[in-house]
Design a protein around this ligand. Sequence first.
Ligand code: FAD
Length: 472
Amino acid sequence: MSKEYDVVVIGAGPAGYVAAIRAAQLGMNVVCIDKWLNLDDKPSLGGTCLNAGCIPSKALLESSELYHRANHEFATHGLKVGDVEMDIAQMQKRKAGVVKELTGGIASLFKANGVESLAGSGQVVDSGEVKYTSHDGDEQTIKTENIIIASGSIPVELDIAPFDGELIVDSWGALEFDEVPKKVGVIGAGYIGVELGSVWSRLGAEVTLLEAVEDFMPIADRDVAKEALKTFKKQGLDIQLGARVTSAKTNKKSVRVEYTQGDENKSETFDRLIVAVGRRPNTANLCAKGAQVELDDKGFVDTDDFYRTSLPGVYAVGDVVGNPMLAHKGMEEGVTVAEILAGQKPHVNYDAIPSVVYTTPELAWVGKSEAQVKAAGIDYRVGQIPFAANGRAKALGQQGGFVKMIADAQTDEILGVHMIGPYVSELVQEMVVAMEYKASSEDIARIMHGHPTLSETVHEAALAVDGRPIHF
Ligand code: FAD
């Protein structure tokens, strides 16, 4: 290939494909290389998020939630559906269809924006030079002004529980079961663990989550985490905290897991074991020997505030540069790096990144937790309102949970908002906008919210910061 590019993007996950499209919109000549192969061994754009993460997990969460509701909630609405039959093959087919439409959509977006797409691996050889290797093994050197690394992350594998793709699986494997296992073990009760655990539990599996840390969901506000733990346990998820797995041994049919909890040695046998203990940066073979792209002590690509790596003309964005490993964080960085290359002065506000856990009820938050505000020595006020005081939540039959707003006691600026309840994944976005504009709780309290909507709980929480809620 003799053609020269303005930008070569390595990786077509949320960070990479967005960077490629934005750079092309800004008039740059862009090629995006991605090596992902789907289960049919076909190249598929969209990275982890579209192929094996955000999208397929949400598709199965929806199907499993509907099954659960049909069995347990329809009757209270006066709907008698008799025995609800489950068709896992159809459920998986629907999920695969959603993934196919969206990954194919990226191919169309590339075409529409003039982004060239190459299936295979990219390797940084030096500033301005990338080696491309197709899936057939053909190699080409590509010359380019700039390189954007967006190679993402991969699941952490445990030596004591290596993946075998059958009985011990990673998060992608856990989205592909073709029948409901009777007993499922999950190592790790982070957001991926509880989402996957919820899917299989709603479909009838007995699910046990083994979490080494004593606190449940340490990244969430303690009140939200406490409510979530109580609710998930009530739903039947067996969540064991402070449980350190020491070994996982398979025979042809099951996995025997040994773990310690406090002073006790315990063991449990599962039909399938999901390992969801985190993700690590995907940097294997990313750079040729001698290409000086430095990594930090955790293996993430080291960048400065402008996403520049240690090698001139080489940038990095998305999961490969570090936490939070979230698709929307990667997308914002993708847009930003492209605009920097075009000479603009964009900015990512890392203080206003929404976090969501897509269980039922959902968990969502933005900004600082109460513990973080306290640790920072800030004088603050809290307004907390339960969804039980909200008409729409009652009509939905989903009145568990609450909205908790934390504001600076002196300036009233909103410092963090933490929610657990119905569709809080959508509600949190109002708070992201509010925090982006440095809104006060009074600003939100004085904004009219439609009735009856779940967002009224956000409104009431803002009123509650000043001790004047109307409906609670
Ligand atoms: P990735 O999506 O990992 O994409 C990197 C791409 O680069 C891949 O296609 C890879 O094949 C390719 N690549 C790597 N090296 C090379 C190379 N040398 N040459 C060519 N190609 C290469 N995040 C959310 O925000 N919301 C969610 O609800 C959510 N749910 C998730 C559920 C699960 C089960 C999992 C596992 C993750 C979830 N995530 C979620 C996280 C989200 O998937 C990641 O944060 C996101 O995909 C990161 O985007 P990225 O572009 O940085 O990397």
